[in-house]
Design a protein around this ligand. Structure first.
Ligand code: ZN
Length: 683
């Protein structure tokens, strides 16, 4: 069945219609009205809807022969909604709950995922394993039904990253393919190999689904929630998903998570959507958040090059809450005003932050959330709060276009691939800037310990082990590095590596705490104050070829993520300021303004996004009224021959006075409320 082709890259306004519906409520599904729902969405300016084919209960909302229809299903809801939505130019991806299917596990207990001790996984819904016959006997037959019987525009899979599982099928498959038993815990030497194997199981399934699409209904969009996002930083295979999606938690202020994930997803080169929810505390909360807060999240997503999706939930009886769509209409008007200049734009390369798959395999459980990414996330937050423009990249992006960047930051990337090390050496040698921290390069991509960090020769240091103290102090006398900082020891909560300079110049000293606070022997309330000088540097500086390599021994980014001590991010910003001679961009305003520089044709688009959270002592973050930020000074270093014709603040097309002297451009943005876009047109 053919369906109209939509240009999904230009469809910025999306809703995700959650509909996990048990069978017991009286009146379930009874009031569903496809025409009425589609009309409501069209009134709220929605361009794409994710609509349920199968939910976490394993209940289906279409006339499936292969699976379980919701017991109250009288009409084919999917068919009716597709028709009603298409009549209003709304594209539809159907939602399929992959690794959560309560009903399938109840009917087939051998399909359920197991912990190492053989117990089933705790949780509200039971979860089948993709290594079990679940895929052959239920998933693929159902996808065939949807692809051949319905004019769907896309398949949207939830829970696609398989976590650790010790079911009989996983034990057997891993043993046959690796010759090994499943790892039993985080210290198991085969953990990294198993994590990579498990990630590959998920990847193979998505590629298998793509082959099915190519055979049965070519052109159908395909995505998996969190597949190839920052938690799975593998290169996206060309024969797999067609776009990326995920729903970062909004329990921290959503803006931060959308910025983090967007900067990673945008650098993959894939189209992507980021999903927030209308709910105050998250999915299934039946509450509503203020329009101002949703606008701020949309702005953050647009500034990172993404498309915007808002999650709603349909009531069990099949109706939606009309007030929610009044809010969504207001929020999507905000998006509509900005989307044209955002479509098909790309980030201007300046600073790259590596989030590597090799380190991810060593540090994280397969299928896990953001655990183990504190260093990358701390680095992201430090650079955002410092008003810096940057991308977060994986190894594939680093290998293909590191030369486009001025600096690369490796936030505690403990495991580095050999080809990545070589590319970084070449980059620095040719004049690039490297900032590496803590345990960088102590392991190879299989998690095996190296004698010396892979980057030791570039950084001009020798590894001497790890400090016995759980905290450290950085003591620095360099005035450039201390700009804006009080001249006193800087506490870094978390362990430090011990290194000795070989050819590098020490920039700061590593001072141990007076003692390790322990029961019966401690100094004051928290950690001990500065004590002995370690005799080793905390920060080193090396000139390598035409470039510069800076190494920070303590876990500075992890510490910043955990403590939010602004001195740590200021020190990082000072290090980059000193190392990068001619900065692409310097934005001086407020730490609340996030900066992103994108380009399209002969124009640059400088996104300035305001971040704010109202004061609270408990509960979820909220934002009813964003404060205005005024007089944001911008300086940029242009390429030779780039001549600025005009500078305009969008939306609204307010001209901004500017000055250009040689390659130096300067102007002041008078005000930014939630999101201002400065269009810089070159003559
Ligand atoms: Zn399994």
């Amino acid at each position: 069945m053919a369906s109209k082709r939509y240009d999904m890259r230009k469809r910025f306004r999306r809703v995700h219609l959650d509909y996990h519906t048990p069978e017991f409520p009286a009146g379930a599904l009874e009031k569903f009205d496809a025409q009425g729902l589609a009309e409501t969405l069209a009134g709220a300016k929605v361009q794409v809807a994710n609509f349920f084919a199968k939910c976490h209960y394993g209940n289906c909302y279409y006339f499936t022969q292969a699976g379980h229809r919701h017991c109250a299903l009288k009409h084919d809801m999917v068919a009716e909604f597709l028709q009603a939505a298409h009549e209003r130019d709304i594209a539809v991806s159907v939602y399929y709950s992959l690794l959560v299917d309560d009903g399938a596990c109840q009917r087939n207990p051998d399909w359920e995922m197991r912990a190492a001790d053989g117990s089933v996984m705790a949780g509200v819904f039971r979860r089948p394993c993709i290594s079990s016959p679940y895929v052959e006997e239920l998933v693929l037959p159902q996808l065939r039904e949807l692809l051949t019987g319905y004019p769907i525009d896309g398949l949207w899979f939830d829970f696609t990253l398989a976590p650790y599982c010790a079911c009989q099928y996983c034990r057997r498959a891993f043993r046959i393919e690796s010759g090994k038993l499943l790892p039993k815990g985080p210290d198991d030497p085969d953990r990294a190999e198993h994590a990579a194997w498990r990630r590959n199981e998920s990847a193979l399934l998505m590629r298998r689904i793509r082959r099915m699409i190519d055979q049965l209904k070519p052109g159908t969009q395909l995505c998996g929630n969190w597949a190839y996002c920052s938690v799975q930083p593998d290169a996206v295979p060309v024969d797999s998903v067609t776009y990326l999606t995920c729903d970062p938690p909004t329990s921290e202020l959503g803006q931060v998570n959308f910025s983090y994930e967007g900067r990673y997803l945008g650098a993959t080169g894939m189209p992507y959507e980021l999903i927030t929810t209308r709910f105050h505390e998250g999915w299934g909360d039946w509450t509503a958040r203020p329009a101002e807060m949703l606008k701020a999240e949309m702005a953050t997503i647009l500034a990172a090059g993404g498309t915007c999706c808002i999650g709603d939930q349909i009531y069990p009886d099949g109706t939606v809450e009309p007030a929610v769509y009044q809010t969504i209409a207001e929020v999507f008007s905000f998006v509509e005003e900005r989307e044209e200049v955002c479509a098909n734009s790309e980030s201007v390369p300046f600073i790259a932050v590596l989030n590597g798959a090799a380190t991810s395999s060593v540090e994280r459980s397969p299928g896990g959330g953001y655990e183990g990414l504190e260093n990358v996330r701390g680095c992201h937050l430090a650079l955002v709060q410092s008003g810096m423009h940057f991308d977060i990249i994986n190894e594939a992006a680093l290998l293909s276009r590191l030369a486009d960047y001025r600096a690369v930051v490796l936030p505690d990337q403990v495991a580095l691939r050999e080809d990545v090390v070589q590319a970084i050496g070449k980059f620095v040698s040719a004049g690039g800037v490297l900032l590496a921290t803590h345990r960088c390069g102590l392991m190879d991509e299989n998690g095996r310990q190296a004698k010396q960090p892979a980057l030791a020769s570039i950084m001009g240091i020798e590894h001497r082990g790890v400090s016995c103290y759980s905290n450290s102090y950085i003591v620095c006398d360099d005035r450039n590095l201390l700009a804006g900082l009080p001249a006193m020891p800087i506490l870094v909560k978390g362990p430090s590596a011990l290194v000795a300079p070989v050819t590098a110049r020490p920039l700061a000293r590593l001072v141990h705490p007076l003692t390790e606070n322990a029961p019966g022997r401690f100094v004051s309330h928290r950690q001990a104050p500065p004590g002995r000088d370690s005799g080793l540097p905390a920060i080193t500086y090396e000139e390598f070829g035409k470039g510069k390599a800076i190494y920070v021994a303590p876990d500075i980014f992890g510490a910043f993520w955990r403590t939010n001590d602004p001195r740590l991010r200021r020190l990082v910003a000072n290090l980059l300021d000193v190392a990068i001679d001619k900065k692409l961009l310097a934005v001086k305003g407020s730490a609340s303004i996030e900066v992103s520089l994108r380009k399209k044709g002969n124009e640059w688009f400088l996104h300035l996004v305001n971040h704010h959270e109202e004061k609270r002592v408990a509960g979820a973050p909220t934002l009813e009224r964003m404060p205005m930020v005024t007089d944001i000074a911008v300086e940029a270093n242009l390429r030779k021959g780039q001549k600025v014709a005009s500078v305009t603040l969008l939306p609204g097309k307010t001209p901004i006075e500017f000055s250009q002297k040689g390659g130096e451009l300067a102007f002041v943005v008078p005000r930014v409320h939630i999101h201002g876009i400065v269009r810089i047109s070159f003559g």
